[in-house]
Design a binder for this molecule. Structure first.
Ligand SMILES: NC(=O)c1ccc[n+]([C@@H]2O[C@H](COP(=O)([O-])OP(=O)(O)OC[C@H]3O[C@@H](n4cnc5c(N)ncnc54)[C@H](OP(=O)(O)O)[C@@H]3O)[C@@H](O)[C@H]2O)c1
Length: 347
């Protein structure tokens, strides 16, 4: 795979496709950065784009996504569209020569995810999936501890993310937009487990509870790995807000929150126990609190300017594994039986 290595010291100029709710948080979080700047926004509705740009002090407005992709003063695009549109617009962005930071889940299926990376490679641009928690110091610390053998050989992983979703008109409740708890919230624990397991599962078994619109409201899945490791993920639109993960090895354990944003309300947590008994030594490790979008966007800048070494997020191989795992979990919860990840076929 060959990519351009542009070592410019100018900020990376980012254009946004869609005046999405999450794009507001993105723009506000990255404003202090000297590495990236949001230069333009496009909307299906030019009035909405203009209002978004006025409110968030964005220099240029485009009346369509196509127009933004043709803007020569944009280096990269941020794609915060409904999940079913991630693949098509990321591929169009790559074909227009733009680097792509695409919201999670990267695609509606592993086949789409593969097509996106093929387009990026063909056009010599970087394309990555946005998981701000991956750029958080608490996540980097967890990864470092595991790599250093602090908890021995990993045996089991549990990760969950849930919150109440009461708005039936939200894109997350629409199966036609690839909504549902698994795709929205579940992509987080699936990606977390992929990060710490270091491999895709072989096989998954899942159970879902379904809502009136046809999307899953709660999903829980068991993931089995070739070396005997097991993981369990859960996600929900019907629970109190929570986000936590637990990793148990044969020599200790770690509890963490893998938050996107850490700060006073969401303190980073790396609660390490070295040892196997009730008396195992406990270390609560302090890590810096950060705005996740800022950390992620600066890492995206480093990726584009300096190559893969600068990127703390999911690699293309990890994103493909995450998409394959999501496909398999969905197939298992629909079919009521365990599914081999290699056999899962997304839409
Ligand atoms: N990383 C995170 O922390 C995080 C958090 C929340 C969401 N997300 C992800 O970000 C994406 C957007 O989520 P959101 O909550 O911000 O969604 P949202 O507010 O509903 O925004 C989606 C945007 O997509 C555009 N769009 C284009 N076609 C559309 C269609 N057929 N229906 C609806 N909207 C359409 C709209 O922009 P225009 O009309 O202006 O073109 C709309 O504003 C999702 O993939 C979600 O998983 C990530």
């Amino acid at each position: 795979m060959s990519y351009p290595m542009t070592s410019s010291t100018d900020p990376l100029r980012i254009g946004i496709l869609g005046a999405a709710r999450i794009a507001r948080s993105f723009v506000e979080a990255v404003r202090p950065s000297a590495k990236v700047m949001v230069s333009a926004v496009a909307s299906r509705d030019s009035e909405r784009a203009a209002a978004f740009a006025r409110e968030l002090h964005i220099g240029r407005v485009h009346a369509s996504y196509e127009e933004l992709l043709a803007d020569p003063d944009i280096d990269a695009v941020y794609v915060p569209l409904p999940n079913n549109l991630h693949a098509a617009w990321s591929i169009r962005a790559a074909d227009a020569g733009k680097h792509v930071l695409c919201e999670k889940p990267l695609a509606a299926s592993a086949a789409q995810a593969q097509a996106m990376f093929t387009a990026a490679e063909k056009n010599g641009v970087y394309l990555v999936e946005a998981y701000p928690y991956r750029a958080q110091p608490q996540t980097l610390m967890v990864r470092e501890l595991i790599a250093a053998g602090a908890i021995g050989r990993i045996q089991l992983i549990q990760a969950s993310f849930g919150f109440p979703m009461a708005d039936a008109a939200n894109i997350r409740m629409d199966p036609g937009l690839a909504g549902g708890a698994l795709m929205d919230a579940g992509s987080y624990p699936v990606s977390f487990v992929r990060t710490v397991a270091g491999a895709a599962p072989l096989r998954v078994s899942a159970v879902s509870r379904w809502g009136a619109t046809g999307v899953d409201l709660t999903t829980m899945a068991t993931l089995e790995y070739p070396d005997g490791v097991v993981a369990q993920i859960s996600c929900s639109f019907t629970t109190a807000r929570h986000r936590h993960a637990f990793i148990a090895g044969d020599a200790g354990s770690i509890h963490t929150t893998y938050f996107n944003d850490t700060g006073a309300d969401f303190p980073p947590l790396v609660d390490l126990r070295r040892g196997t008994g009730w008396d195992a030594a406990r270390e609560v490790i302090k890590t810096e609190a950060l705005a996740g979008f800022l950390a992620e966007a600066e890492s995206f800048h480093d990726l584009v300017r300096f190559g893969w070494g600068g990127w703390t997020g999911a690699t293309p191989a990890e994103s493909i594994d995450i998409a394959r795992t999501l496909d398999a979990i969905a197939a298992s919860s629909r079919g009521g039986a365990a599914v081999d990840v290699a056999d899962a076929r997304g839409n």
